[in-house]
Design a protein around this ligand. Structure first.
Ligand code: UT7
Length: 306
């Protein structure tokens, strides 16, 4: 069977918050944030629904399809507008979609979990699935807590996945979860995001490397064959450490966290959109998409652009 990516779209709020802006109210500095994370600025505003709708509409326009061509909507979000109903139903109503719609919450691995879910749906009879990663992380940030405030931001990204017998983009997946590490990064009801940053960092590098190696082995692809790495955008040092251990040149990694910070489920499609805009996605080449997040969860996939 074949599944192809048919178009991508993104949305970010207009409001730019720089490191210097944060330094005015927090005991932090542009220098510390840039050196320890790679982030220069981030976008703050909107809701999971509003950002998700715009990204979804743009992905649909890029795919050349209309709302009636979509069989299923899967929305990855850690920050749904309401506990219920699912943000996917709110987005579907606004977009004019009448297909089934549901949310997936796998934190920052959410987009890759949603792509894996879409793959399964396409394998069992659906023709086209719209996948959206949409986050309003800023709503759940304690803006007096420098540990989280410098990292998290808002945004959305989307793609259309289509069943296609003539070609296949998605060669392998390696997903995992370990709920014993749930307290390393958590947000309680009515609470704020809290994190043991050092432990998340250490484990993130390990799970990204292990799942990427598994996905590459399953696709029968070697590190030197990977032309593009599209990683979850949490910290430039995590991306550097993981690519180094994988034996993949850092030049091949897409980095947008300097402009957008950590947007959880939105970060991989935001990076993908940037790679496409910069001509870095080429037919026949292999890419590694890889994410990790609260749970802990992790997810890697090897793609060959048809
Ligand atoms: O999407 C997945 C979720 N999250 C992640 O992937 C995050 C993973 N972890 C990280 O990215 C990093 O661990 C952080 C960026 C969160 C922290 O970087 P670090 O290099 O691990 O710093 P640290 O926690 O070891 O802190 C070093 C110093 C400490 O001061 P002392 O004890 O050396 O005096 C901190 O108190 O930096 C201090 N510090 C800060 N200083 C300025 C911690 N946060 C800040 C801050 N501004 N925002």
């Amino acid at each position: 069977m074949g599944v192809r990516f048919k178009g991508w779209g993104t949305a970010v709020p207009d409001r730019v918050v720089t490191n210097d802006d944060l330094s005015k109210t927090l005991d932090t500095s542009d220098e510390w944030i840039r050196e320890r994370t790679g982030i220069r600025e981030r976008r703050i505003g909107g809701t999971a629904k509003s950002l998700g709708v715009t990204a979804g509409q743009r992905a649909l326009a890029a795919s050349g399809y209309g709302v009636d061509d979509i069989d299923f909507l899967v929305v990855a979000t850690t920050t749904p507008d309401r506990i219920t109903p699912a943000t996917a139903t709110l987005i579907a109503a606004e977009m004019g979609l009448t297909c089934p719609a549901m949310d997936v919450n796998a934190a920052c691995s959410g987009f890759m979990y949603a792509v894996r879910t879409a793959y399964g749906l396409l394998e069992t009879g659906q023709r086209r699935v719209l996948v959206i990663g949409a986050e309003n992380l800023s709503r759940w940030v304690d803006w007096s807590d420098r540990n989280m405030a410098v990292l998290l931001a808002d945004g959305a990204g989307a793609t259309v996945l289509e069943y296609d017998e003539t070609g296949n983009d998605l060669l392998s997946f390696s997903l995992g979860a370990n709920g014993n590490w749930a307290d390393l990064l958590t947000c309680e009801h009515e609470g704020f995001f809290q994190m043991d940053g050092k432990e998340v960092f250490r484990r993130a590098v390990r799970v990204v490397v292990d799942s990427a190696e598994q996905a590459m082995a399953d696709a029968d692809v070697k590190a030197e064959d990977i032309a593009l790495v599209v990683p979850h955008q949490a910290n430039i040092r995590i991306i550097q450490a993981a690519t180094q251990r994988l034996g993949i040149d850092m030049e091949r990694a897409v980095v947008v966290l300097d402009r957008y910070g950590n947007t959880s489920s939105a970060s991989i499609p935001l990076a993908m959109d940037d790679a496409i805009a910069n001509g870095r996605v080429k037919a026949g080449e292999y890419a590694l998409l890889t994410g990790f997040g609260a749970g802990m969860t992790w997810a890697s996939a090897v793609v060959r652009w048809s």
